[in-house]
Design a protein. Sequence first.
Length: 423
Amino acid sequence: MPRTDAVLADPRLAATAERLGRAVVKDAIAAAQQRVRQGEIEPEDVAGAALAALPPHATHLRPVINMTGVLLHTNLGRAPLSPAAVEAAAAVAGPADVEFDLATGARARRGRTALAALADAVPAADDVHVVNNNAAALVLVATALAAGREIVVSRGELVEIGDGFRIPDLLVSTGARLREVGTTNRTTLADYRAAVGPETGFVLKVHPSNFRIEGFTGSAAVGDLARLGVPVVSDIGSGLLEREPLLPDEPDAASTLMAGAHLVTASADKLLGGPQAGLLLGRHDLVERCRRHPLARALRVGKVTLAALEATLRGPAPPVHQALHADPRELLDRAEALAGVLAGSGIDARAVPAEATVGGGAAPGVSLPSAAVSLPERLAAPLRTGDPPVVGRVEGGRLLLDLRAVHAGQDGDVARAVLAASR
Ligand SMILES: *Cc1c(COP(=O)(O)O)cnc(C)c1O
């Protein structure tokens, strides 16, 4: 059995140890030595086997090709960053002027350039702030504006956002009390008016972003709530900054503020297409109370996030925008080309029309015409564990690889992954 330090001296492994760290390389060598003991490989192949088994990066998190047909898949990290955002994030990995004024040499407002980009993108907002995610934005608003007081909210908007986390529980955890009004399907302005009083911290509107109630329904308009004499906070969810004609029911920050909301909260990694962050936009005095609250320090974002957010706001349209606006005819052409290549290698592959969804807590019930490569279901597991992992969805006994969330430049990777998985 070759000794570990002898194998580590292999120049290729030594170079990898420089890049990924010694521990990762030693683990790979130990695994290769084990394979020798089990008679799977020869002793002289240890270095090669270790090299082949090493992860490409110093992390076990792996980039995945999302072919689920869910554009914003929370379990797959929601919005993919634009190349501009990736570049901006990498550029500030070292020391950066995140909280420093290079002109004067003095301390400066943290993240001011990202905040300015957000303010420029939504002129209807007097002021803006950025925290770790939308849940953090809600916690901060509830703490700063309603701890020990009441948040008036409709029973139809007590939403579970996923993985067992519920907005009402989140709000109550801050020490605020919920004053529930109306019913599941209907809540009127009069319901809110009857509940608002000296104990009210604010009225909260929550966008039902992952479900739909249809039939005999009714809710009060933000503009009417804004005249009740207390702050109105609107959690719009998806982070659309302006109207998206393709998604007419999805609220956006500009229209919601224009309609009268005093404060809007949103996620940055849904339809905005940016990094995980929570956005607060609205009246200066309310944003300032949130920004000045001690909790704000615990919820602040890092420079990498700020850089990616600014590049998303100022740069070219992010991938989620392209996926949303992809032409179904072109998607079908791509699916046909891919299926043709695979069928040529003897794989049972065909192009089929498919239905994609926005997902990630946005546009529930909206179906986007798409196209997929249909494959035998047994390929699902080897594709998930391949390199790169490809995640599709199983439907009617077939594995569908939906192309809507995939950049056309990746079709070659998909073809290679399917060929490797079917070997
Ligand atoms: C997604 C969502 C949240 C949670 O946002 P995170 O950024 O995941 O914390 C809260 N409210 C609504 C309406 C949402 O859609």
